[in-house]
Write a protein that binds this ligand. Sequence first.
Ligand code: UDP
Length: 365
Amino acid sequence: MNYLVVGCGISGATLGRLLAEKGHKVTIIDSRDEVAGNCYDYFDDDGIDVHKYGTHIFHTDIEPVWKFLSRFTKWYPFQHRVLALIDGQEVPLPFNLNSIHQVFPEKMAATLEEKLLEKFGFNRKVPILELRKTGDKDLQFLADYIYEKVFLHYTLKQWGMKPEDLDPAVTGRVPVYVGRDNRYFYAKYQGIPLEGYTKLVKKMLRHEGIKVHLKTPFTKEMAEHYDHVFYTGPIDEYFDYKYGELPYRSLRFDFIRFDRPFFQDNSVINYPCNYDFTRIGEYKYFLGTKSKRTVVSYEYPQAFVRGENERYYPIVRDENIALYKKYREEADREAKVTFFGRLGDYKYYDIDKSVNRAIEIASQY
Ligand code: UDP
């Protein structure tokens, strides 16, 4: 078959590769002048792998995804940790038993730990919105503390709304953890592509059955020349916004280079309560790069405005999902087009979920 894939991010590239390996002819287009979508990265003058659209840390429990990507890269075995500045202290996030002992006086921490263990058990991950419902006085205090110090102001900055106004899964990504593991992700497979994400994607695209055209926006007329279209662009845009625009959040990054080896003592530090930015990422940590200088990005959330900035996050909440479903019904009637990816599915996919979805689609063609 002769296929068109719209969008050369991780979703489009994965699908393109798998279709080409099945013997199909694949054309991939992207309106940007670079591949890899929001995973795009580059090595700067100091040899530091800078992620242009913010820190991307790969993690997955899905073995076929890990195996597939590992065909195109070796990995730097990076285990991500995040610290959050809370009342002047850098505290492990997800907020866990270590965080509790760091923040509270000993006796109080012991009581809170005991109650958490009694109520939930060791190794449990409890979404903050669930922790707020226990009814226990001490746990209520803890829940209010974490809600206020970790989630409320960060979420107001990040989404322009409170945690309870979003789908619970959004803040559920960063649970309160009844354990001592200080990592941000608990997945079996974690790492950073040794030569960066862009190189990984470029290797994926290196196949005789694949042609890539950059700076090439999609138009509906293109579909006539292909047996099927696989579309990773915004689903509302495809249908000319006939039901209205699906809302997204965007980000602005201030990249700053410092003339010293390190800026901060961790790859990512979150600032839930201070400043207008949400976090600072320092890129040299991700591949353990040794250099005299360092580069960081300050991350400022913003509303997405068409034509002005880029889509980063679908805003997952009931009214937006209802709107998305209208588009999805239309999409299901388009026999010649398959919609997928963060923008096509309007889902808050991590990299591994995007790859997995593309693998599933490829298995049907
Ligand atoms: N979150 C928060 N405080 C934090 C970290 C996360 O309130 O210090 C909430 C916030 O709503 C955020 C969500 O949890 O959007 C998911 O966080 P994650 O770090 O997974 O976001 P991503 O890295 O995808 O931007």
